[in-house]
Design a protein around this ligand. Structure first.
Ligand SMILES: Cc1cc2nc3c(=O)[nH]c(=O)nc-3n(C[C@H](O)[C@H](O)[C@H](O)COP(=O)(O)O)c2cc1C
Length: 260
């Protein structure tokens, strides 16, 4: 049972590759959140997996919110693991996730990470990766997924392959709450005059947070911060304040719009 989230396609690709190895079913968290109640039944020996991008040195809010509501029958002592994608480093993501899982009596048995192309562009100094770095990460990714699948066959306990990076505590416990409070709001999203009213941003939003008003997108306050709207805009007309002006766009080659 693989629960996953993805905005620009990196993590969906990872989750799909992993499910090819493990034969476990995939569940896209935003779709699952639309269906209530969030109750599932594990088959014998089936693991529980969470696959998600790192947002501000922790799991995205939507993933935490989903876990809080999640009920899985037969899950006592189930093997539980996570795979994170990140552009650079992940701080104390493992500890934040493990604490939430513990409330459900689940141990985080293993965690892995993959460095994937960076999609974060909303602060000064942050931009998508240069083509060489992007290519290098994408070339390595299939090998890392194969490695993860191989390790998982052994079901190791307390097996953590992670990249906390420098100052992980400060990033995850000081900067992360600030980031979530001040920088995850959709207030600064707007469409410039280049907008052609194609509705693409609205169609790709995984949480249906964007509606069209007078042929322009309007963000409605329930944003996950995934930036799918920004990266999918064919005219680069979606901007976040003035901070995204002149920044690049990125979508994984196998990006699919799950809303279509
Ligand atoms: C809001 C936001 C915050 C992010 N924070 C981090 C971070 O703390 N560390 C990091 O290495 N990458 C960070 N990233 C980059 C993503 O984790 C990375 O590009 C990921 O692979 C995107 O996955 P997706 O394509 O499945 O959406 C962030 C991206 C976004 C949109």
């Amino acid at each position: 049972m693989i629960f996953y989230f993805s905005g620009t396609g990196n993590t969906r690709w990872v989750a799909r590759q992993l499910s090819k190895y493990t034969q476990d079913n995939l569940y896209f968290i935003p779709e699952e959140l639309e269906r209530a109640p969030h109750t599932y039944t594990l088959k014998e020996n089936e693991p529980i997996a969470f696959v998600f991008p790192v947002y501000a040195w922790g799991p995205p809010k939507i993933v935490m919110q989903f876990i809080k509501q999640l009920n899985i029958a037969n899950s006592k002592n189930a093997y539980t693991y996570a795979v994170c994608t990140c552009g650079d480093d992940m701080g104390r993501t493992r500890q934040i996730l493990a604490k939430e899982l513990k409330k459900k009596d689940w141990q985080l048995d293993a965690l892995f990470y993959l460095n994937m192309p960076d999609c974060y562009i909303s602060l000064p100094g942050f931009d998508v990766d240069k083509p060489e770095e992007r290519m290098q990460k994408l070339e390595q990714a299939p090998h890392i997924v194969a490695h993860i699948a191989k390790v998982l066959q052994q079901r190791p306990k307390r097996h953590y392959e992670e990249k906390p990076g420098p100052l992980p505590r400060i990033k995850s416990y000081v900067l992360r709450p600030l980031f979530n409070r001040l920088l995850m709001s959709d207030r600064l999203f707007h469409a410039t005059n280049d907008c052609i009213g194609c509705k693409k941003c609205s169609k790709v939003c995984p949480v249906h947070n964007i509606t069209m008003y007078a042929q322009k997108p309007q963000w409605n306050g329930n944003c996950t911060g995934c930036l799918a709207c920004y990266h999918n805009c064919p005219k680069k007309a979606v901007q976040y304040g003035k901070r995204t002006k002149g920044k690049g766009q990125y979508l994984h080659d196998n990006y699919v719009n799950t809303n279509e």
